[in-house]
Design a protein around this ligand. Structure first.
Ligand SMILES: *Cc1c(COP(=O)(O)O)cnc(C)c1O
Length: 421
């Protein structure tokens, strides 16, 4: 599609957008705020306000502990089943609870235990550092000589399939990658890479934090073993909302995670002194789940299911191409470089633009009510959340970045880093 780079054309794209009405399902407290950070923290759905009020007043306030027998106990499974529809998993394969980091820890240990004698964990140099720290900690904790092998990136943006193939061998227990890279938005061919790992006899553990709710996935059909992912990014579940984990059904009773809390036990309320694991997905629970933040995920996921993941992806691709047209015309001539793949089939739902002054440009944007985020050393990351991002927002945000850079307005801002960038 050829985009005209005018505000009128942006307005026309918004008028033609079949998902445009979904924006009204979210709280837009400041209509002038240009929010391009839904990939870090999604907006608040209108329905969540009422739901949390009901949970607090009717459920917790009135029902008190009876709530556990009135839906709370099953909520991690029931909401998990809804997320399963977004990521192409079967009912009973997705569970909510704990953070992404904690879930990654649980599933990675379970996988390594299931591949004794294979000391290698394979990941990549574009992965989110928290994931790599978790693997390093596991290797140290298990004390069985596990090593972490990182597939390099030749250009800081992509990973080559040949480099993945080279890293996998009969020593590999686990291949664990983030499907959409947090900086560059590079997106793996998840099905092909999973098949490569299986051919080497390894298990696969995918981090879907930047994919769930933005990119269609077919975990069951693609034979994926294990996965984890965030609910506060594209799923709009709220700050620190509990993450999800996925375990392929055939593997559920073969694997065991290391946190043997009572919720993972066969019969928690028998209070037996020796642990026996529950059957199925239940054994991947730990302790009592955080009910208030967990229940907030439910109305948020309903909105995405109503919009449909295929339509969301189509809009995300078109908005990304639109953003790139503006960036090529306005920003590349001002010293920006593209930090994301050119090809939309290899890209998730954000675009990174690199500039030596990216941090100060980011600060100047914040002062003008444009919210991107900054990822060291020089990435300005612009997130597209197709459920509520408008073409008009993208147009105005890029116009402001152009002005800040062309007029060197960023020189007025300090290079001193804020705690959260
Ligand atoms: C956001 C993100 C996380 C976050 O993990 P938490 O445990 O919620 O802090 C993990 N992995 C990836 C790839 C992410 O993008």
């Amino acid at each position: 599609m050829n985009f005209e780079l005018t505000p009128e054309f942006a307005a026309q794209l918004d008028a033609q957008d079949e998902l445009a009405a979904f924006r009204e399902k979210f709280v837009v407290a400041d209509p002038d705020l240009l929010y391009l950070d839904g990939n870090s923290l999604g907006r608040l759905p209108q329905a969540t306000r009422g739901r949390l009020q009901e949970v607090i007043e009717q459920q917790w306030g009135q029902r008190l502990i009876r709530g556990w027998n009135e839906g709370w106990l099953e909520a991690p499974h029931n909401i998990g089943d809804k997320i399963a529809q977004l990521i192409g998993a079967q009912p009973g394969e997705v569970l909510l609870g704990d953070s992404t980091s904690a879930n990654l820890f649980k599933l990675a240990v379970a996988a390594l235990k299931a591949r004794p004698g294979r000391p290698k964990i394979v990941s990549d140099a574009l992965n989110f550092p928290s994931d790599l720290y978790i693997f390093q900690g596991i290797a140290e904790m298990l004390g069985q000589g596990h090593t972490l092998k990182l597939i390099p990136s030749r250009d800081g943006i992509h990973i080559q399939p040949a480099d993945v193939a080279e890293a996998l061998d009969e020593q590999t227990a686990l291949l664990s990658l983030t499907h959409v890279a947090f900086k560059s938005a590079f997106m793996y061919d998840l099905q092909a890479i999973t098949a490569q790992a299986h051919a080497a006899g390894a298990l696969t553990l995918w981090d879907l934090s930047h994919s769930a709710g933005a990119v269609p996935l077919h975990l069951s059909a693609w034979g994926v073993d294990l996965a984890v992912g965030c609910t506060y990014k594209y799923l709009n579940g709220g700050p620190g909302a509990p993450a999800f984990l996925y375990v392929r059904r055939e593997l559920q009773n073969q694997l065991m995670q290391p946190i043997w809390g009572w919720f993972a036990a066969k019969n928690p309320f028998a209070f037996e002194l020796d642990f026996a694991p529950a059957e199925g997905l239940e054994r991947f629970r730990g302790g009592t789940p955080p009910m208030l933040s967990l229940l907030a995920i439910d109305p948020a996921v309903d909105i995405l299911l109503e919009a449909g993941i295929e339509r969301l992806r189509a809009k995300s691709v078109q908005q990304s191409e639109y953003l790139l047209s503006l960036a090529r015309a306005w920003l590349l001539p001002l010293g920006f470089r593209l930090g994301s793949p050119e090809d939309s089939r290899q890209r998730g739902s954000h675009i990174s633009l690199r500039h030596p002054e990216a941090y100060r440009i980011n600060r100047a944007m914040l002062a003008r009510s444009v919210i991107p985020d900054f990822r060291a050393p020089d990435n300005l990351r612009l997130g597209i959340a197709p459920i509520y991002t408008t073409y008009g927002e993208i147009y105005r945000a890029l116009e402001i970045i152009r002005q800040i850079t062309a007029e060197k307005i960023y020189l007025q801002y300090s290079n001193e880093r804020l705690p959260v960038t």
